[in-house]
Design a protein around this ligand. Structure first.
Ligand code: ITT
Length: 225
């Protein structure tokens, strides 16, 4: 059985990734399962692949074990692809300034959601197309790249409840599962449920992270480490 470290500080992702890797012959350690503490690398890449590589390589070298990192985010067509690689700190223009650092992850999620809904205010439902993207990188302890994978999850951003055109099926935020932008992401092709209304099994079956993990597992089976 291969042991790999999940290189993420996000507990929502750890839960999803553990569930996704559960049935495989892969033993998972979270960063929290290792005694040492590790500095969080600066994610200053321009693409999801750059940032996933930065995280996987930094933690693989620091822990001395193979590390699997993902970089993911929300890509909104009407916003020219934003928030993209700065999804986790969009309300702060991607900067982890003092103000952002004082907030909990949930508080930052609420601020990010508010910003996205405000920026989309003028857009009609069919113009609010978006997708979650996830890129995964598995790095070996010497920093070499063992495998990469990618997944996409298509949907639309819903309308705020007070929007003049909002209907019960497309008004958001709704749902309490998941994390991040899930409460405002209407799952395609029906755009009726948000991804926060899906239980973890249903979300993992169709999500960007689910697709990327399944592809990664197939590649890991062919590797020996
Ligand atoms: P790590 O870097 O420690 O893994 P992070 O939360 O900073 O944790 P990312 O840099 O990959 O992770 O940022 C991804 C952000 O994109 C995340 O914080 C959410 O705001 C959003 N996001 C990604 N996947 C999502 C999902 O499945 N549901 C909702 N939002 C998601």
């Amino acid at each position: 059985m291969s042991t790999i470290v999940l290189a993420t500080q996000n507990p929502g992702k750890v839960a999803e990734l553990r569930a996704l890797l559960g049935g495989s012959q892969i033993h998972i350690l979270g960063l929290g399962d290792i005694e040492d503490s590790f500095p969080e690398p600066e994610e200053n890449g321009d693409t999801f692949l750059d940032n996933a590589t930065i995280k996987a390589v930094a933690y693989a070298k620091a822990t001395g074990r193979p590390c699997l990192a993902d970089d993911s985010g929300l890509v909104i067509d009407a916003l020219g692809g934003r928030p993209g690689v700065i999804s986790s700190h969009y309300a702060f223009d991607g900067e982890i300034d003092e103000q952002a650092a004082r907030l909990s992850r949930q508080q930052r999620d609420v601020r990010n959601i508010d910003r996205v809904l405000a920026e989309l205010d003028e857009f009609e439902p069919e113009e609010r197309t978006a997708r979650f993207v996830c890129v995964m990188v598995l790095a070996d302890s010497d920093g070499s790249i063992l495998a990469t994978s990618e997944g996409k999850f298509e949907g639309r951003i819903g309308l705020p409840i007070d929007h003049p055109h909002a209907t019960p099926s497309d008004s958001v935020p709704r749902g309490s599962n998941g994390f991040g932008y899930d409460p405002i992401f209407l799952v395609g092709p029906d755009f009726i449920q948000t991804s926060a209304e899906l239980d973890s099994k249903a979300k993992n079956a169709i999500s960007h992270r689910g697709q990327a993990v399944r592809d990664m597992i197939e590649q890991i089976k062919t590797l020996s480490f």
